[in-house]
Design a protein around this ligand. Structure first.
Ligand SMILES: [Zn+2]
Length: 426
């Protein structure tokens, strides 16, 4: 009843003009045997959720049966897979809470800019000249030399990221509990023991090692991204390194290090600006204003929703501290709940942990018209007071043209509508 009321409220919208509610972020927990198929007890709620998504972009879909949440307790919903909205998630707690999600959070993240590390590795090899390249690199060929040098540098960067996170964690733990009294006294942060200080609660949270621009990194090293087999092979090696290192740190320090696929709303632009100043414009690497979000397929790739899921689902399993997969849809899908349902089912079947659908949701602030507004004027009242609601990262934003930097704006404009590859009956 509560879920139904929430979804109905979401579909109805807020206030006189029935505006789309930007916050809070709605997440639907999709669970096999509970709400996934006709005949399951809460299938009606899944249908209602899809209807809401078609109109309001929310809810997103969390996959309760995701393999990365193994060890959860089917009798305890507090251990079901969920995210904090944008994408951050809590993996298995090494300090005793297991897969508990409630009362835990992401304590601090740090992000590694993969293309910069790839470029440094490549330039170092190139600068050596054929005579000075270490013998081991001569034997393996120049491309493998780039890759090996990159992996060495990435290993160092992940170690540096770990040191930075520990330093920040210690600093945060040095705070007095009175700085956030409510959180500790009301178990918003679980596990607080007054005698032990706030560390007793914060040690259950996540230290997230993030990444930006896998696609451009691969392009530098092997001249293609992970939409091609060669790129995907290297992508898996890179993600395995992140995963192994985090597992090692987790044991060694008894802190929850996890692999994080960073949203990088601002960093995608500032990192690119700095990269260009240093290395100039390189085709398919730095000829735009932003680096591609984490391990995502570049937004301009012309592939179907199913192909996008096929590719990204090969990498989401390496991440324990949070990731999101989304596909872009056009207006034709808005009235086609069956199409939306097939896409969500496909993502869940392919073990995508957290999935979101982007549909156009423009809004006329003068008359309340909602939908895709192609022109500058509202089709209903002709005024130009249009707000363009988009999911730029995990959350919705009021108007991406004013709320985000130039890099992110360009990224939104370059997004290919994956539904164009579907043969949809209206
Ligand atoms: Zn209007």
């Amino acid at each position: 009843m509560v879920t139904k009321a929430l979804l109905k409220g979401s579909i109805k919208g807020v206030g006189k003009f029935h505006k789309t509610s930007v916050f809070p972020c709605g997440i639907f927990q999709y669970m096999k045997g509970v709400n996934d198929k006709p005949g399951t007890p809460n299938y009606d709620l899944f249908k209602l959720a899809l209807k809401s998504t078609a109109k309001r972009l929310y809810p997103n879909y969390a996959n309760v049966d995701w393999s990365g949440n193994v060890g959860y307790d089917p009798n305890d919903p507090r251990t079901y897979f969920s995210t904090m909205g944008c994408r951050t998630a809590n993996g298995w707690d090494i300090n005793g809470f297991g897969q508990l999600k409630d009362g835990r959070g992401n304590i601090c993240p740090v992000t590694i800019i993969l293309p910069t590390i790839a470029m440094e590795a490549k330039q170092w090899i190139d600068s050596q000249g054929i005579e000075r390249i270490p013998p081991k690199y001569k034997e393996i060929g120049i491309e493998q030399a780039y890759i090996d040098s990159f992996i060495d540098n990435l290993d160092k960067a992940i170690n540096d990221a770990k040191d930075m996170l520990i330093e920040r964690f210690e600093y945060i733990c040095s705070q007095d509990p009175s700085s956030a009294k409510f959180m500790y006294e009301n178990r918003t942060m679980a596990g607080y023991v007054p005698e032990e200080g706030i560390r007793s609660a914060l040690k259950h949270g996540t230290l997230a090692i993030g990444q930006l621009g896998l696609a451009e990194c691969l392009q530098i090293l092997v001249d293609c991204d992970h939409t091609e087999i060669k790129g995907m092979e290297l992508a898996k090696k890179i993600e395995q390194l992140f995963k192994d290192k985090c597992a090692e740190f987790k044991q060694k320090y008894s802190l929850n290090f996890g692999v994080y696929y960073t949203p990088a709303e601002n960093l995608c632009y500032t990192a690119m600006t700095k990269f260009k100043e240093k290395y100039g414009e390189i085709p398919n690497v730095s000829d735009k204003l932003f680096f591609t979000n984490s391990t995502h397929v570049p937004v301009w790739k012309e592939i179907s929703p199913f192909e996008k899921i096929d590719i990204e689902s090969q990498l989401t399993g390496y991440s324990s501290a949070g990731c999101i997969t989304y596909v872009e849809l056009d207006t034709a899908v808005l009235d086609n709940i069956e199409a939306l349902e097939s896409i969500v089912n496909y993502a869940m079947e392919h073990d995508i942990p957290y999935f979101a659908l982007n549909v156009p949701a423009d809004f006329c602030a003068d008359c309340g018209y909602t939908g895709f507004i192609e022109q500058d004027e509202c089709p209903q009242c002709g005024n130009q007071n249009i707000q363009r609601l988009r999911r730029v990262t995990g959350y919705l934003t009021g108007d991406y043209k004013t709320a985000f930097n130039k890099g992110k704006q360009q990224e939104v404009e370059l997004r290919y509508k994956h539904s164009k590859k579907l043969n949809l009956k209206k």
